[in-house]
Design a binder for this molecule. Structure first.
Ligand code: CIZ
Ligand code: SF4
Length: 319
């Protein structure tokens, strides 16, 4: 505890020295989220992280999350220095959607608009017409459908499938998934619900369809946190990365939060629903990155300019 306090003050001092702010995702460790809040940074979803980073006056951003979030910050703020605790923190959706393969696929359907999830590389964003996060995906797809557009959706098939069911838009889906949310199991969730019949079920739409269909609330991380505060029930079963419990419990201090099961045997797996790449962020490597100015996120300038167009559409859409 003493060691952690020393690290925290060291980081706070480095932030001042380096004119830096921490931009952290809900799925990072609680001590990182707490430090981001205490030092005037932000804790949020990828949409608000992008907006906060772009609008903040600091000349350096320390992005605690996964690589695409650091790249997004650089795309939107090329003049800022973007540091991350490690560049090895990737995402199974980013890995599952190489730009070469996506381009070949899109070239077969030149009449379709390409909508990609924010969880993708800068090069994929550059190839796309639109970038969306889960908090605005439904609204953007409804908007495009109203204009009569046909779409390609990449990379998360569960989220794409959910949006297609909700909007009835004409969408061709890429076949990839989030390794964390893909593990939630409907059968085990049914069993858990029998133990807590009064509980409300909150589900992120990167989860499999059978799990989404059991939900009382389907939404992005920010939407689930807001719902947790608003719901009347005092017990919530939550299907998303368990690191969200830090902010969710703040929003719903009197409610019991239970992890949705990830194992098919009915047992709640206490440590499964946590992203291994988010878990690479720690106070120690945040301190090192700020102290050493490394690793820094860089994006090829031609790619950056292209990606800025599709990301800019996303930010303008929700203004
Ligand atoms: O699963 C993720 O990585 C999410 C929810 C990202 C985001 O949009 O904040
Ligand atoms: Fe990617 Fe899933 Fe990890 Fe989010 S939780 S960064 S979608 S692997």
């Amino acid at each position: 505890a003493q060691q952690q306090q020393a690290l925290e003050s060291e980081i706070a001092e480095l932030l001042q020295q380096q004119d830096a702010a921490i931009v952290a995702h809900y799925y990072t460790a609680p001590e990182i989220q707490a430090l981001a809040e205490a030092t005037g940074g932000c804790v949020s979803d990828s949409l608000e992280m992008a907006r906060f980073g772009r609008d903040h006056k600091a000349s350096t951003l320390l992005v605690a999350g996964v690589r695409f979030m650091g790249e997004t910050a650089k795309i939107l703020s090329p003049e800022k220095r973007i540091l991350m605790p490690t560049l090895e923190a990737t995402c199974s959706l980013d890995l599952g959607c190489p730009v070469g393969e996506l381009s070949v696929f899109c070239d077969q359907y030149p009449e379709r608009e390409v909508v990609v999830y924010a969880n993708t590389s800068a090069a994929v964003k550059a190839r796309a017409d639109w970038v969306v996060t889960s908090s605005i995906a439904l609204d953007v797809v409804r908007h495009l459908k109203a204009q009569g557009k046909q779409l390609i959706w990449a990379p998360d098939r569960h989220l794409g499938n959910y949006i297609q069911r909700e909007t009835d838009a004409d969408m061709l889906l890429w076949d990839s998934e989030c390794i964390v949310h893909d593990e939630f199991k409907a059968k085990a969730l049914e069993d858990l619900k029998k133990v807590h019949p009064q509980a409300a079920i909150l589900v992120h739409p990167e989860s499999p369809q059978a799990v989404v269909e059991m939900a009382d609330v389907v939404g992005s991380t920010s939407q689930l946190i807001a719902a947790a505060g608003r719901l009347e029930t005092d017990t919530l079963i939550v299907a998303t990365d368990k690191a969200i419990f830090y902010k969710m419990q703040q929003a719903a201090p009197d409610k019991l939060l239970i992890e949705a099961p990830t194992a098919g045997n009915g047992a709640t797996c206490r440590s499964c629903a946590h992203c291994p790449w988010m878990a690479m962020n720690a106070l120690t490597n945040i301190r090192d990155a700020l102290r050493d100015g490394l690793p820094e996120v860089l994006v090829d300038e031609a790619v950056r300019q292209q990606a800025e167009v599709s990301l800019g559409r996303m930010l303008a859409f929700t203004k």
